[in-house]
Design a protein around this ligand. Sequence first.
Ligand SMILES: NC(=O)c1ccc[n+]([C@@H]2O[C@H](COP(=O)([O-])OP(=O)(O)OC[C@H]3O[C@@H](n4cnc5c(N)ncnc54)[C@H](OP(=O)(O)O)[C@@H]3O)[C@@H](O)[C@H]2O)c1
Length: 153
Amino acid sequence: MIIISAMSKDRVIGSGEGMPWSVPEEYQQFLSLVEGQTVIMGWRSYQIFGPDLTSAHNIVISRSGVDQEGVIVCDCVEAAVERASSFGKTVFCAGGGSIYAQMLPLVEEMYLSYIKGNFTGDVYFPEFDEGDWDVAERRDHKGFEFVHYRRKA
Ligand SMILES: NC(=O)c1ccc[n+]([C@@H]2O[C@H](COP(=O)([O-])OP(=O)(O)OC[C@H]3O[C@@H](n4cnc5c(N)ncnc54)[C@H](OP(=O)(O)O)[C@@H]3O)[C@@H](O)[C@H]2O)c1
């Protein structure tokens, strides 16, 4: 299971009904990486990004009895992870803030895009200790830096 997220250097991931930046190349990269795979998202994020998703299986976490066509709804993180793993594809945890915070202890890899520039927002990626992670890949792009982290053994 892999966390995938874009954030500012201050760990901002969201502002109001979306992200406080427009970096199309980064968003296209996200859509390419999740294409044909399995995505887990909180209900709030699914309402924002769901229509764009290219994943084969979408699992939404919600307690509020959501009934959404084309989506599997689970009422807790554990059920979402179990269901997601049943498809045999790569499982991406794609936010938002509350879901990243709950799933960070469970994942072994993260694909993080650090968006260049200064941004304010109201939702943050959870703090993590970089010392706990190896950098498997680091790539510089025009508007962002992509880092692939693997949790140290
Ligand atoms: N930059 C990025 O890469 C990125 C990616 C994704 C999202 N975002 C941003 O993140 C923000 C949304 O994040 P958010 O934290 O506000 O919302 P969220 O995590 O997307 O969704 C929150 C909802 O998920 C459900 N939920 C959370 N934990 C649960 C649990 N343990 N059991 C059952 N249901 C649970 C609840 O739904 P119910 O209320 O229905 O019970 C809760 O209201 C937006 O600003 C969005 O743009 C950014």
